[in-house]
Write a protein that binds this ligand. Structure first.
Ligand SMILES: Nc1nc2c(ncn2[C@@H]2O[C@H](COP(=O)(O)O[C@H]3[C@@H](O)[C@H](n4cnc5c(=O)[nH]c(N)nc54)O[C@@H]3COP(=O)(O)O)[C@@H](O)[C@H]2O)c(=O)[nH]1
Length: 840
């Protein structure tokens, strides 16, 4: 399957576009066409109107000025023609006279009158005559006679022969008829050529009142302005309508574009989001720890993910184009697949466990979710299979189930399953009115095997026991291991009501278990004790039935092991007594109910006291002195032996200190150590007790049994090294009864071997005992160890041991264990008396 593109990194890699009204990327703002048009066209119309008006008026004024100028010129010529014959010479010659004289001369008055006559009906309001020097020799306004205009541009132009006219406005003006105000005049400087020679003889200045023309021009201007205003107004209005419409169209287009942009932006964002989702989906698909396979409607694989390849071993190239049948293990039949596909077609999906086969050929179990993907027409587009490997899960579930109901070591039913089955069997028996039997089986000599050969050997023995038990009963019966070396059987069915039949089964079990077992190339003899209870006579519930079978088993053990016992109601009393003893034992230490008795050890050759064995006694307030054989096993089982053993050691040390001055040199007190103490930190206890009491370690001897040392031998050796390092002596008790290896014996840092009472008791008549005792003494000597024989009760035994070279003896022959005070009486005697008692 082609790997999908890697997903965009979280929080980066995607350019976000901004759209909408507030977006910076939005196009330019909308052009306000109407507003600008109104403003611009208004200003343009105004400017144009002003311009037109100005142009019109200027041209009118110019035209009127020209017309007036021409008229002025014509009038001037007319006046000149009229007056020159009479007044020409005087005017030409008047330049030598002053202005006053000129004003006052009669000629001037006549000329004034004449001109007034001539001016009737013409718009001339003032006439002035200049000689060629620019002096006003005549004016219809008398006070202006004598003015000098020699530098006047108009005068100069006229003197040179060219008429010049101009239009001026005068707020106040002197005219022929007096002072006038607000008048528009056209003043013209006109050359006068009265003679045929065409020479300019004088210059006339005529003022024509054109105020009427100007008013007319102004009126026309206003009319023009009105016309323009109307025309431009109409034009403006029409254009405004057009522009307004164009503006609205533009606005709509603008809005449309903007909406488009927004829509495009939204689409882009949606596209971007869809793209991200696509990346995400691709990433999830590829990185899912579930295997995913996608097929077309014909179930041809079109995509698989990485987990698919990891689980099945098939690459995308090997899978695509194939059908999922590629993975078929043949585990499921046609009906299974038919039901699966029927469910997918009807419900759209199926879920369940499928056993498939990897490319390697290995079968595996997967939890599969199969679903169909439909298009709008409800047609299947894809089938999607998602699965994860549950092989390990299922295996561990099965393992857990086995652990929950089966004993991991032997494979037999465990206590839980046994109790379940017993409960069901009791219900069935109750309903059917039938009976059933519960057998409680306890191995007889399992503990020594376990202690001496180690847990591994113990486990092997248990497995072999289980195998033998399984072969004895029918498949419908239940054989279980309840724990440790305890087994149980549930025998159901009518026939088991008969005690004889159950007894026969029990005997078969005893026979089977009494045959030797081969453990680590050793022949091990164990055996079993069996207690039997029946439903309904011995109990109506599983708990009671098991308990009573247990009680019966305990009785079987007490009555000599290797046998079976049916439960009897009176047995309960014994079991209860044991429980009560255990309860009392828990408080014995704090209630100070223990005491130590001491049994002498003597030198075989001289009969002198060499030491004493400290033996624990429990003075029960109600029961009196309880023998160690009754409470030491309970103390060991419950672990109480650890604090009790520490107490014994401390008392022994204190006794050593107390007797220090009264005992012969080399006198030692020996203390028994239990296996439970050895399994703990007895070395710490010994160190602390020695330190606390200040006892001389060389006066203390610790007795260990072979079986204690044979489990974890290396640890035992290390522990013994530590203890020996403190300076205490170590003795190997009960020698010859266990499974000691001579190879190990060599490595044990011990000082003494203690020959077990069972060998001594057969002396001196039993050849086997003789051989063992002699061999033990020889072995001890060869290893440099001293030997002590325990249980010496007779003089014959003593004699034999002396001759055999046994260094020390202990037994009732020299005295039983006695309280410390009593033992102290012996300390004064150099020689222990042989008292010859057979029993204490
Ligand atoms: N871990 C500890 N075990 C202890 C302690 N005190 C005692 N014990 C163990 O209890 C077992 C029974 O002890 P006890 O009843 O005291 O018997 C001892 C002797 O009385 C008995 N014995 C001694 N001489 C004779 C004899 O001539 N005949 C005969 N029938 N019995 C005799 O032997 C027992 C001592 O045996 P051993 O220890 O193997 O030397 C017993 O196993 C004790 O070990 C304790 O403090 N801690």
């Amino acid at each position: 399957m082609p790997a999908p593109a890697a997903p965009a990194p979280r929080g980066g890699g995607v350019t976000r576009l901004r759209y909408g009204r507030g977006g910076k990327d939005m196009g330019a703002r909308m052009f306000r066409l109407t507003r600008y048009f109104s403003l611009a066209s208004g200003l343009a119309i105004l400017a144009m109107s002003v311009l037109l008006l100005w142009a019109y008026r200027s041209s009118e004024v110019a035209e009127r000025t020209e017309i007036s100028g021409v008229r002025n010129e014509m009038l001037a010529r007319t006046f000149a023609n009229a007056i020159w014959p009479e007044f020409g010479a005087a005017l030409v010659n008047a330049s030598g006279r002053d202005a006053q004289a000129l004003r006052e001369q009669a000629l001037t008055r006549r000329l004034h009158d004449r001109i007034r006559e001539l001016s009737v009906g013409v718009p001339i309001i003032k006439i002035k005559v200049y000689d060629l020097q620019g002096k006003a020799v005549f004016s219809t306004v008398a006070r202006e006679i004598g003015e000098d205009k020699r530098d006047n541009r108009g005068f100069l132009s006229a003197r040179n022969g060219a008429t010049i006219s101009e239009m001026v406005y005068r707020g106040k003006m002197s005219a022929t008829e007096g002072e006038i105000e607000n008048v528009n005049v056209v003043s013209s400087y006109i050359p006068i050529r009265p003679d045929p020679d065409g020479q300019v003889k004088a210059v006339f200045e005529l003022y024509a009142d054109v105020s009427g023309d100007i008013r007319e021009i102004d009126r026309d201007s206003w009319r023009l302005l009105l016309g323009l205003a109307i025309s431009f107004g109409i034009l403006y209005g029409v254009l405004l309508l057009i522009v307004g419409r164009a503006d609205r169209i533009l606005r709509r287009q603008y809005e449309a574009i903007r909406e488009n942009e927004t829509s495009i932006g939204t689409k882009n964002l949606a596209l971007e989001a869809a793209n991200q989702r696509l990346h995400m989906a691709a990433s999830v698909f590829e990185r899912s720890i579930e295997g995913i396979v996608i097929t077309d409607p014909e179930q041809r694989v079109i995509e698989v993910n990485r987990a698919f390849t990891e689980i099945t071993g098939y690459t995308p190239e090997e899978s695509i184009g194939n059908t999922p049948r590629l993975l078929s293990s043949g585990w499921h039949d046609e009906a299974f697949y038919r039901a699966m596909w029927d469910a997918v077609r009807e419900q759209g999906y199926w879920q369940g466990e499928v056993t498939n086969r990897r490319k390697t050929g290995e079968a595996y179990r997967q939890w599969l979710t199969l679903c169909a993907d439909y298009n709008d027409h409800r047609e299947v587009v894809y089938y999607i299979g998602m699965f994860y490997d549950i092989t390990e899960k299922r295996l561990s579930e099965e393992r857990i189930a086995r652990l929950a109901y089966y004993d991991a070591l032997t494979g037999l039913a465990n206590r839980r399953l046994f109790e379940d089955r017993l409960e069901n069997a009791v219900l069935l028996a109750r309903r059917n009115g039938t009976s059933l039997a519960v057998l409680f089986i306890d191995l007889d000599r399992f503990k020594p095997v376990n202690d001496s050969l180690g847990h591994k050997a113990g486990d092997t023995l248990l497995k072999q026991v289980a195998a033998r038990l399984s072969g004895i009963v029918r498949d419908c019966d239940t054989t279980a291991r309840l724990g440790g070396d305890e087994f149980a059987m549930l025998l159901g069915g009518e026939s088991y009501e008969r005690r004889q039949v159950t007894a026969a089964v029990a005997q078969r079990i005893l026979d089977a278990l009494s045959a030797p077992f081969m453990i680590e190339n050793r022949e091990i003899a164990t055996g079993a004790s069996i207690g039997i209870s029946f439903y309904p006579t011995d109990g109506a519930t599983p708990e009671i039935l098991i308990k009573h079978a247990d009680v019966a088993m305990y009785q079987a053990k007490r009555s000599g092991r290797g046998r079976y016992r049916f439960f009897l109601p009176e047995m309960n009393a014994g079991a209860l007594e044991r429980l009560s003893l255990e309860e009392s034992l828990r408080h014995a230490l704090e209630r100070d109910e223990f005491e130590l008795h001491f049994q002498p050890k003597v030198c075989t050759a001289s009969g002198t006291l060499t030491g004493a064995e400290a033996l624990l006694r429990w003075r029960h307030p109600a029961r009196g002195l309880v023998p160690p054989a009754e409470f030491i096993p309970i103390a060991e089982e419950t672990g109480l032996i650890v604090p009790i053993g520490a107490w014994v050691l401390e008392q022994a040390c204190r006794q050593v200190m107390e007797w220090a001055q009264r005992v012969p040199s080399g006198f030692r007190i020996s203390v028994n150590l239990s296996v439970r103490q050895l399994q703990g930190d007895v070395d710490e206890t010994v160190r602390e007790v020695l330190a606390a009491t200040g006892a001389d370690p060389s006066k203390i001897e610790l007795e260990l049994t072979e079986s204690m040392l044979m489990g974890d031998t290396e640890r035992a050796i290390a522990l013994m090294d530590t203890l020996a390092g403190f300076g205490v002596q170590l003795a190997l008790d009960d020698f010859g009864t266990g499974y000691s290896s001579l190879a190990y014996l060599k490595r044990f840092p011990i000082h003494k071997l203690k020959i077990d009472r069972s060998f001594v008791s057969d002396l001196p008549g039993d050849r086997g005992a003789i051989a063992i005792v002699q061999a033990t003494i020889a072995l001890a000597h060869s290893l440099g160890l001293t030997v002590v024989a325990e249980g010496v009760e007779t003089a014959g035994q003593l004699e034999f041991l002396r001759e055999a070279g046994c260094g020390e003896c202990q037994g009732y022959l020299f005295g039983p264990p006695v309280p410390a005070a009593q033992f102290a009486t012996m300390l004064g005697d150099p020689q222990v008396q042989v008292i010859g008692r057979q029993a204490p």
